[in-house]
Design a protein around this ligand. Structure first.
Ligand code: PLP
Length: 392
């Protein structure tokens, strides 16, 4: 037998392993030092009380013959899809419940959506990039082209008419660069996709962090219903990284190559996915209740304040950065011409602060660094004070 030899083309991702290795070595050699981690992309605040209560009720219902639930619908229960649809309505976007599919998070769908597309398609990703888009397409054997996000475009890559692509991954607000597209910028991508008969896979995992007048969904942009699929997640919005729930939106009129895309994806899900558990769907619906929205917004505001604290330190130091305002990520230019790993070692040794070297996200990340706002407030303040001390 033979394995899928495309796996041989994957570039080993040393990033987080190397970060952990260097951090652990430093801690071992310096047990007296308090190391603060601002590199993590995971949330730290607990689930909102209303969400926990719904999950408990869901568990109780499973333990009662009258309310027991077996296999869920592949696309998620109607009441959850309706809650998501109403959520979109709250920021002025119309998607109907039967265009929404509930899933176990955005990573699965961003990696799996390629199942419905030919391996002959060319994939466009922006660089730096969330690595799942790249690795899942390498596994499928697709050719990947890169659109540069760099200081010249505020780390928000724009389409190049001379490049052709069939599948386009966009992430806004972006991980890792924190940049978020404006309506006009997103419209340029939508026009490009419609013109090229391409499909945009739009990752809106961080939409809840948007504070300015920027699109929370690609479906806020005219023309997107004929070229886009949107992925979203409760991971960062509501602390579901360990609970696992997200949703994908596919407009009913989206067609390519004589096929309806929603129907293809539904067929794929019906074959390979058996839905999200009842307690988790109950919890997800609670996120979208009025009280759920109030409670999760408190947590988001906490992270946003952390982001503001980090960003204002960069302002004080005169360091170029993107993100921090509409995103939990601050993407900064390493000071004094340092490389990503050089700055990592410098910060670890001098300030005992851990971040993420930008080059782990693509070639345009070289010389850049990512800090996150998902940590504890006091630690964030202390880390920022230490960074200011060693850099001023
Ligand atoms: N998309 C982006 C851009 C992310 O940064 C992440 C997680 O870090 C995910 C998707 C994964 O989200 P989920 O936890 O819903 O699988």
């Amino acid at each position: 037998m033979k394995i899928n030899s495309n796996f041989d083309n994957l570039v080993p991702n040393y990033l987080f392993a190397e970060v952990a290795k260097r951090t652990n070595e430093f801690i071992e050699n310096n047990p007296d030092k308090k190391v603060i981690k601002l590199g993590i992309g995971d949330v730290t605040l607990p689930l909102a009380p209303v969400v926990v209560e719904a999950m408990k009720q869901g568990a109780d219902e499973l333990g009662n013959k009258d309310t027991f639930k077996g296999y869920p619908d592949y696309e998620g229960y109607e009441f959850v899809r309706k809650a998501v649809s109403d959520y979109y309505k709250s920021f002025g976007v119309s998607v109907s419940p039967d265009e929404i599919l509930i899933n176990d998070g955005a990573k699965s769908d961003s990696g799996n959506i390629g199942d419905i597309f030919s391996k002959d398609n060319t994939v466009l990703v922006t660089d730096p990039v969330y690595p799942v888009y790249v690795d899942s397409n390498i596994m499928a054997g697709r050719t990947i082209v890169y659109a540069d996000s760099d200081a010249s475009n505020g780390f928000a890559a724009m389409p190049d008419e001379s490049v052709s692509a069939d599948i386009i991954y966009l992430c806004s607000p972006n991980n890792p660069t924190g940049s978020a597209y404006s309506y006009d910028q997103l419209k340029a991508w939508v026009d490009y996709a419609n013109k090229n008969d391409a499909i945009i896979i739009y990752d809106a995992a961080y939409e809840a962090f948007i504070t300015e007048d920027l699109p929370r969904s690609i479906f806020a942009v005219e023309g997107s219903r004929t070229c886009a699929i949107e992925l979203c997640s409760l991971s960062k919005t509501a602390g579901f990284t360990g609970t696992r729930c997200g949703y994908t939106v596919i407009p009913k009129e989206l067609e390519r190559d004589g096929h309806n895309i929603y129907k293809l994806w539904y067929r794929r899900e019906a074959t390979k996915f058996n839905g999200v558990s009842w307690p988790v769907q109950r919890a997800a619906a609670a996120v979208f209740s009025d009280e759920g929205q109030r409670q999760i917004k408190e947590n988001i505001a906490y992270y946003q304040e952390n982001a503001r604290i980090i960003a204002s330190a960069m302002d004080e130091l005169g360091i170029y950065y993107t993100g921090g305002k509409n995103s939990p990520y601050i993407w900064l230019k390493c000071p004094n011409g340092m490389g990503s790993w050089e700055f990592f070692d410098f910060l670890l040794e001098k300030a005992n602060v851990v971040g993420t070297p930008g080059e782990g996200f693509g070639k345009n990340g070289e010389g850049y660094f990512r800090l996150t706002s998902f940590g504890d407030r006091d630690n964030t303040i202390e880390a920022v004070e230490r960074i200011k001390k060693v850099l001023s």
